[in-house]
Ligand binder design. Structure first.
Ligand SMILES: Nc1ncnc2c1ncn2[C@@H]1O[C@H](COP(=O)(O)OP(=O)(O)O)[C@@H](O)[C@H]1O
Ligand SMILES: [Mg+2]
Length: 377
């Protein structure tokens, strides 16, 4: 039985554990949150900071393979562990590039991967030199996630309240659709791509509201999206799965937005709707096993369940009966004790061959399910 460690014990770790069971892998988890969703589901749970060298080094030392479910980790410790014989996937050099949006954007440029035009800035004052570059999106170089590290700068007046840290200032591009393609490469170098999914965003929280698989795009665009995602994976020279978020512009160009070298929110539906899930594919890739069939077994939608506005405290789920009474709707709760506005608390996968019906059910369930604070019921 292989011993595998995951840095991070949130919902992605939780679904990785579900997939690990079938491969008879013993999972060890490190997470700073003593109440992390994986806490009771793993062979060993360690509570500690993932950005601390000693914590990560000690956690990984006696494992066969070490992976991540979040990029904000100490890569020096991972490098040391890799030198000492632990299989670390994705490789630390790839995590380092992805951790920092400045490096990530430069990497795309260097490898002729299409991406929106950008400028690198060091602080707020720098932004005034780029007034002619607006409207743009300002993105924190490090530590931004789930829309909290991104702000639109439409007008020079917006600069006064902009991030005062190293950032990427990215030209606002017209977006017809946002797409994501998850690709995989195993230890032997075999690669595979999942079909593109179409992401529909929640404008209030800048989070994915729901997604559709397959995406409503032409076969040519589908092929192009998969090719670009595979190129990013190849140039990053990494093992494991990589989620590639892209923009499709009205003139049919694909621009790479950002990537994540781990299971991703845009791949949850693969558990129910594809012959191989992204989680299983990740294990296959990093354990040196043949990759699985990425094909779609049924068209699907995936709806994030997020914490209701103005509700913070012990989580309570309303509308569960409606979800459970809906045909071919599958609920996945992440086991987070505390709900917060916009926090990802779970997701629902819906399957149906009939697209209008699928969309109708998405909207029904979006209204039916609510995560509120227990005391405010
Ligand atoms: N250059 C851009 N032009 C237009 N919209 C953008 C641009 N960059 C980001 N966005 C919008 O903001 C969202 C969040 O940006 P992203 O870089 O993916 O950050 P996050 O780390 O929050 O996911 C994108 O999914 C997209 O809707
Ligand atoms: Mg994103």
């Amino acid at each position: 039985m292989k011993k595998a460690g995951i840095l991070g014990g949130g919902q992605l770790g939780r679904m990785l554990i579900q997939a690990a069971i079938d491969f008879d892998v013993e999972v060890h988890i490190l997470d700073p949150d003593a109440q992390a969703p994986c806490k009771h589901l793993c062979a060993r749970f360690e509570c500690g900071p993932m950005q601390d060298f000693d914590t990560v080094y000690r956690f990984g030392k006696n494992l066969d393979v070490l992976t991540i479910e979040i990029e904000k980790v100490n890569t020096d410790a991972l490098e040391r562990l890799a030198l000492e014989g632990v299989q670390v996937f994705p490789q630390p050099h790839a995590i380092k590039i992805i951790q920092d949006k400045q490096l990530q954007k430069q990497f795309y440029q260097q490898h002729q991967i299409p991406t929106a035009d950008f400028r690198l800035t060091n602080n707020r004052a720098d932004l005034y030199q780029h007034i002619n570059f607006l409207p743009a999106f300002l993105k924190l170089g490090r530590d931004g996630y789930d829309g909290r590290g991104v702000m639109p700068l439409n007008h020079p007046n917006d600069i006064a309240t902009a991030f005062d840290q190293p950032c990427v200032l990215e030209k606002a591009v017209p977006i017809l659709k946002e797409l994501s393609v998850i690709v995989a490469r195993n230890v032997q170098g075999q690669t595979a791509a999942f079909p593109a999914v179409e992401l529909v965003f929640n404008p209030t929280y800048n989070l994915v509201d729901y997604l559709l698989q397959p995406a409503r795009i032409s076969p040519h665009t589908e092929q192009q999206a998969q090719q670009i995602a595979l190129k990013v994976l190849e140039k990053l020279n990494m093992t494991g799965i990589l989620a590639v978020e892209m923009f499709l512009t009205p003139d049919d160009q694909i621009l790479v937005n950002e990537v994540a070298p781990r299971p991703h929110n845009s791949g949850h539906q693969t558990i129910k709707a594809n012959f191989t899930s992204q989680y299983e594919q990740h294990w296959r890739a990093i354990l040196g096993l043949p990759l699985g069939d990425t094909g779609i077994s049924c068209p699907a939608a995936m709806l994030n369940i997020i914490g209701a506005p103005n509700q913070e405290g012990p989580a309570q789920y309303l509308g569960m009966d409606t979800v459970l009474a809906t045909p071919r709707a599958y609920i996945h709760l992440y086991g987070k004790k505390i709900t917060k506005p916009g926090r990802k608390m779970g997701h629902i996968t819906l399957l149906d061959n009939n697209l209008p019906l699928l969309l109708e059910r998405v909207h029904q369930l979006k209204n039916a399910i609510q995560v509120v604070c227990q005391s405010n019921r």
